[in-house]
Design a protein around this ligand. Structure first.
Ligand code: M6R
Length: 610
């Protein structure tokens, strides 16, 4: 969701191919239009197009574009439809200033009225354009000063990067809540909304803090903080996860990432389990172990799939650590009065580490003075840096919009965290040993679950007619039902709802007829009997049922219209295994409907605005 990439290099370096390659590295975030601005004359050159980077490349084919300074942007439409005039970079009344922006300017309407009254003419529907006009209005020969004056008038979140025709070689940037990092090379400075996008050129980056104003020139950069004090922000080395080979021979990233799960999970677990001692080791939590042992309650936050993992994690922590644990949607956290006692803590779950709602929830937790922890995949991401301590997933980049391997890793790491917190309290060693042995067997069991892929495909084709369906489960399988429904919606555009099976008689049963399928997760756990009763009540109303069950469960198989099996395991690990066929079901349903499963419409991989 929106990406920024900028370069200023020593004169006679042509950065245009460099910038085009850089912005491609931000494609994974999702976008609907792209553009760039180059500085090389009294006016800037602005090129913008709707569609993907290939459309942008086609828009410039036939032109000779050469420059040593430029800023690029991929836009995910929020204010105004995807159109050329709404695409960034935006300019003021003429093309002396160009700005790109990630985030949301909440008071843009009011600013637009003031600027219009002062004679400024607007050409787009975006909130960003006000910034270009503010720069134009505030400019007195120093872009950094104009940026300072502009950001003081803006409410909302932003990562802003600007250039002007009047200051050759200079890029100015500022941020609030939206990440920005400077990349350092001997004869160039880069700026990007995702440090990893610069990694092919440099591993040395400086992360900007809120309200910093950074002035970049080819061989130096200067950062002035909110209090107008010049800061030497330390540079950091980008830790890069090894890029997985693209698609690994699979037709889509989503299928590749689903099939990668046994290996990805092994990477998550590596070095963290000492089963024979009933012990879990998280290096990233070492500094806060004492605080962890004193925690009395935990709020687990996340969005989408990460929230579903949080729901399961809260159950684990209640069950095995005996703590009070509540899962809260990150976007709802500010409306909640969850505990902020001295021994309260928050745990944020995020694959990307950039989700704005989750970042804001963590900031809310910090304002309440509680310990903040994270389970994050993206090394060095905004959430990883903001939390007091945390656990990395170490599953490599997840690039398909639909989250799959992150969920499996998040749930398993939450189980390990619950065991770890439990061992600090009352969980007895032999129980922990048994549970950890089971965790170590999970990657192989996932491999067995994946072997059902062709059968799942056949079931998806059998039910290809469906427009709407329910997913039901109980206990740990209730969040999996929510996750199955989310996956199906995202990649097949079928309407789907996840429900606790216990809720059926309280309303959803009214939907059931012979054209309304239910996917029932009915594995051999302590809730199986009640799930059988739920399936029976659906069948009594002629509702088609797809059961997710364990092998050789003839009772379920005889009731259901189709059965997909997953290996049996300890009840607490079953949500990891039942998630696999639901991911495959969504994938095959989406493929059979001709949908671009890796980039479903209207969605972005990283949701970096509220
Ligand atoms: O990067 P995050 O884990 O913070 O992302 C959270 C959600 O945006 C994400 O899980 C989203 O729901 C996925 N598209 C689900 O497949």
């Amino acid at each position: 969701m929106c990406g920024i990439y900028g370069i200023t290099a020593v004169p006679n370096t042509n950065i245009v191919p460099w910038g085009m390659a850089g912005i491609r590295r931000l494609e994974y975030r999702g976008y609907d239009s792209a553009g760039f601005a180059l500085q090389n004359s009294a006016e800037l050159t602005i090129i913008r197009s709707v569609g993907d980077i290939n459309a942008l490349r086609d828009a410039v084919s036939g032109h000779t574009l050469v420059s040593s300074v430029g800023i690029w942007h991929t836009r995910w439409a929020t204010h105004g439809a995807p159109s050329e005039r709404n695409t960034h970079p935006h300019t003021g009344c003429d093309t002396r200033f160009a700005v790109v922006h990630n985030g949301t300017i909440e008071n843009h309407d009011a600013l637009r009225r003031v600027l219009t009254a002062a004679g400024h003419r607007f050409t787009s529907e975006t909130d960003t354009e006000v910034v270009a006009h503010l720069l134009e209005m505030e400019y007195r020969g120093n872009l950094a000063e104009a940026m300072r004056a502009a950001i003081h008038q803006i409410e909302g979140t932003f990562a802003l990067v600007a250039i002007t025709a009047d200051e050759p070689g200079v890029i100015v940037a500022s941020r609030r809540s939206s990440p920005l990092a400077i990349g350092i090379l001997p004869d160039a400075r880069l700026i990007a909304s995702d440090a990893a996008a610069m990694a092919i050129h440099t591993r040395e980056v400086v992360h900007l803090e809120d309200y910093d104003i950074a002035t970049l020139s080819p061989t130096s950069h200067m950062i002035v903080d909110a209090g107008a004090v010049t800061r030497m922000r330390p540079s950091q080395a980008i830790e890069l996860e090894a890029e997985s080979a693209e698609f690994g021979g699979f037709p889509h990233r989503m299928l590749f990432e689903i099939n990668e799960q046994p290996a990805a999970l092994s990477n998550s677990l590596r070095g963290r389990i000492i089963a024979r001692e009933g012990h879990v080791r998280f290096g990233g939590l070492a500094a806060v172990e004492k605080q962890l042992s004193a925690i009395e309650d935990l709020t687990v936050v996340g969005c989408g799939t990460a929230y579903h993992a949080a729901l399961i994690g809260a159950m684990y922590i209640e069950a095995y650590a005996g703590l009070s644990a509540t899962a809260v949607l990150a976007s709802e956290y500010e409306y909640r009065r969850t505990s902020s006692r001295r021994n309260s803590a928050m745990l944020a779950i995020s694959q990307s580490g950039e989700t704005m709602d989750t970042l804001l929830a963590i900031k809310g937790g910090k304002d309440r003075g509680i310990l903040t922890l994270g389970i994050v995949n993206r090394v060095g991401s905004a959430i990883a840096r903001l939390t007091d301590a945390g656990i990395y997933n170490h599953i490599g980049p997840e690039t398909s919009v639909a989250s799959t391997k992150a969920f499996v890793s998040q749930v398993t790491l939450l189980a390990l965290l619950a065991i770890h917190l439990g061992r600090q309290r009352d969980l007895i060693r032999t129980d922990a040993e048994r549970m950890l042995e089971a965790v170590l067997r999970l990657p192989d069991k996932i491999t067995t679950a994946l072997a059902q892929s062709d059968h799942v495909r056949a079931v998806a084709e059998q039910f290809g007619w469906m427009q709407s369906c329910l997913f039901i489960g109980r206990g740990y399988q209730y969040p999996v039902a929510l996750e199955g429904a989310l996956k199906l919606k995202e990649v097949s555009y079928a309407h789907a709802e996840g429900y606790s099976a216990g809720e059926m008689k309280h309303g959803p049963l009214a939907l059931v007829d012979d054209r309304f399928p239910t996917i029932a997760i009915a594995v051999r756990d302590s809730r199986r009997k009640k799930m059988v009763a739920n399936i029976q009540e659906i069948k009594a109303r002629r509702g088609p049922v797809i059961a997710i069950a364990n092998p050789d469960d003839s009772e379920i198989a005889s009731l259901a219209d189709a059965t997909i099996t997953v290996p049996e395991d300890d009840e607490f690990l079953m949500p990891v295994l039942t998630a696999i066929p639901l991911q495959l079901f969504a994938y095959w349903m989406g493929v059979s409907r001709g949908i671009n499963v890796d980039k479903p419409r209207n969605l972005a991989k990283s949701v970096t605005t509220e």
